[in-house]
Design a protein around this ligand. Structure first.
Ligand code: ADP
Ligand code: MG
Length: 348
């Protein structure tokens, strides 16, 4: 190779670096919704309303009645790596009590959309509106608004056409949004969470604190009435404590499952948990039919790694088969008690 045909190594400009980084955090409208709802929960909101347009590809709006931000806060919040949730690595190692702490969501969302934040602190007297377009702050002005925060994200990926092209149909993108908001609603029965799609209400929970009433709001009466309490007291030293609700084996849907699993209150997806639930139903499920379940699995924090991937909701358990047995037998004993499955031979 001569000097002429050897590729030149050069530093990427800031704009390119940011857009590449943004793509890692924000994959699709549902990831925007996830970040904004987490911020609202971290802001101590009692009420969160999510509204999306065209599956979120045209617009996402999340409104909360949380602690809010003043004019300075709003401006700092959209800068790179700014957070009010930790101060340094010691805080992180001591354990974080909030859903966020990386300080990158608002900044990165602003880099790939037209972002508007309107906020007024609780007990404050002035609201602020801030606009960001493709990473540039285009305006800060006083705004009349209620206490709390509204974040609007329009034209996601307008400046990154390659990413925009990867968005799926409105129905698929909305399905992802719906899954995310549903999980946060189920995990936070004491917060009133609503979802609207193209000006139609999809669901609204009451925030009255009971899992049953939240399931009723989210999944409707048929499902809610078929739910069986899972509340298993293990005989021996538990690897995992399992509580929640699981549906009657005849209350199912085809094509995809409606299993929500939370490990130490964090929504996670794990093949082992899904298998445990489905195995508990044994032969009672018709082909390609899936039950509904909302299960809270509590394990000692040192026995689970929730940071396998910051964006994906995967976990790794130290004792995977122990957790599987705990979840499966919790669901089994609930179904057994109702006479909905036959007792099986004890597993080894
Ligand atoms: P992180 O959540 O990791 O701190 P974000 O970029 O999501 O980072 O948010 C940056 C900061 O902006 C937060 O730490 C918080 O102080 C503030 N903030 C964001 N959303 C809200 C909200 N809905 N209500 C009040 N403050 C918010
Ligand atoms: Mg955040």
């Amino acid at each position: 190779m001569t000097d002429d045909d050897r590729p030149t190594i050069r530093a990427l400009d800031d704009r390119t670096v940011h857009q590449i980084a943004a793509g890692e955090v924000v994959e699709r409208p549902a990831s925007v919704v996830k970040e904004l709802v987490e911020n609202s929960l971290d802001a101590d909101a009692n009420r969160i309303s999510v509204a999306v347009e065209s599956g979120g590809t045209e617009g996402v709006r999340v409104r909360d009645d949380g602690v809010g931000m003043d004019r300075d806060d709003v401006q700092v919040a959209v800068e790179e790596h700014t957070t009010s949730k930790i101060a340094d690595i010691e805080d992180l190692e001591a354990g974080v009590g909030t859903l966020g702490f990386r300080g990158e969501a608002l900044h990165t969302i602003g880099a790939v959309s037209r972002l508007t934040v309107r906020s007024k602190p609780r007990g404050g007297d002035a609201g602020t509106e801030l606009r960001v377009e493709g990473g540039e702050v285009t305006g800060v002005s006083p705004a009349g608004c209620p206490e709390g925060t509204v974040v609007e994200v329009d034209d996601l990926f307008f400046n990154t056409p390659a990413r925009r092209k990867f968005l799926k149909t409105t129905a698929t993108e909305f399905d992802h949004v719906n899954t995310v908001v549903t999980q946060y609603a189920l995990a936070n029965p004491d917060v009133a969470i609503s979802l609207e799609h193209d000006d139609r209400e999809v669901f609204a929970t009451e925030g009255r604190g009971s899992l049953e009433s939240t399931v009723l709001s989210v999944y409707g009466r048929e499902v809610a009435e078929s739910m069986i309490r899972v509340d298993h007291e293990p005989d021996s030293e538990p690897v995992a404590a399992v509580t929640g609700l699981a549906s009657h084996p005849e209350t199912t849907r085809s094509g995809r499952d409606y299993l929500s699993t939370f490990v130490n209150d964090r929504y996670v997806t794990a093949r082992v948990l899904r298998e445990a639930v489905l195995d508990a139903y044994g032969g009672q499920l018709a082909t390609d039919r899936y039950p509904f379940a909302v299960l809270f699995v509590d394990v000692p924090p040192e026995t689970v790694d929730v940071n396998v991937h910051p964006r994906k909701m995967e976990v790794r358990f130290d004792d995977e088969s122990g957790v599987k047995t705990a979840v499966q037998s919790a669901v089994e004993s609930a179904l057994l008690e109702e006479g909905l499955i036959r007792s099986s031979a004890p597993r080894g």
